[in-house]
Design a protein around this ligand. Sequence first.
Ligand SMILES: *Cc1c(COP(=O)(O)O)cnc(C)c1O
Ligand SMILES: [Zn+2]
Length: 400
Amino acid sequence: MKLVASEPYSRLAELHCAGCGSAYSPFVLQRVSPCCQLPLVAGYDLQEPLSRDAIEQTDSSMWRYGALLPLLHSENKVTLGEGLTPLLQLPRLAARYELASLLLKDEGQNPTGSFKARGLSMAISKARELGVEGCIIPTAGNAGVAMAAYCARAGLRAVVVMPRHTPKAFKEECYWYGAEVELVDGLISDCGARVRQRNADGALLDISTLKEPYRLEGKKTMGYEIAEQLGWQLPDVLLYPAGGGTGLIGIWKAFQEMKALGWLAPHTPLPRMVAVQAANCCPLLETYQGRQPNCQHYQGQATLANGLAVPHPLGEALMLRVLQESEGTVVSISEEDMLAGMRELGRQEGLFVAPEGAAVWMATRQLLASGWLRPNERVLLLNTGSAQKYLDNVAGRALE
Ligand SMILES: *Cc1c(COP(=O)(O)O)cnc(C)c1O
Ligand SMILES: [Zn+2]
């Protein structure tokens, strides 16, 4: 079956099942794949040449890569200026730890304070394009806030289901955007069960990580930006705090697409990808190291890094594939080390990063100490959020 986009704006061509590869139409509303109940992944027509001139240079948001995004009609775009975040040098930490180059992409500078803005801008734009009237999401915090904001902007109903223990700032921000918020005892997996129950009739679109195909496409723009900001070169190692894994999977997808398009500088090797998890909830690490066949029965605990408290990620197999293809690895970080990382990034570089971003820095130190990372390598850290909303949990811990 050959599927063709209705407008030249997007090269979107098909959706395929991450399990068996079956193709589905990208022009009607889809959720998970009907065949395997696994994520559907967007594919583009990359055969026809497309030069880097297709990048809309006047657009200083992630939408500058519109030709490689799934939105068909630009009037459906729901944007708050997400993306094109700064790629910062960390010279003081690089000198201290003898790294050739240490960069941090600061996703905390996105609308709503995290990189979730990218995925939700994309997903809500597509929801509007496909005629959806309302959306529902189980969330550890940031995704719910971002969904509430973009739904407000699109005039869609928003239902956010989050753990009761989530810091107050996340709940408050959802209320200010006019979302309906339900609190659940437990982790995001318990919120997911509640969403399935509450939305049994399917009246709302379930925006759970990888249960609709388009958040992933928003997240992949980080990969395009990293290459563009580095003059179409890539770092040797890229560290990412993995919960549901959309960023890890999406960035790798962007690298593959750019390779197919011939956008990368000649002979640019792709980075080794590192998934960083919280020691309190590290299902990927347990599977990667062979202590369980998969994450299905993993028991996770809450962590300061809410975004990493995802015990049963639907995209586990996709994440493992990225680690294997890129010759990457998985690392887990304790709660105390996240706080130590926040202090070090704050004091040395003037950055107030989310515990997830601090975990990524501490993972770098761990991999340097073990020799997996060599001092002459160029390292890129993804800081996924700002620490502002986590203050309930970290207040008073700066001076230890
Ligand atoms: C959601 C979140 C993550 C994890 O992102 P995934 O795409 O689920 O892997 C990491 N950091 C922060 C701050 C988050 O909000
Ligand atoms: Zn399938």
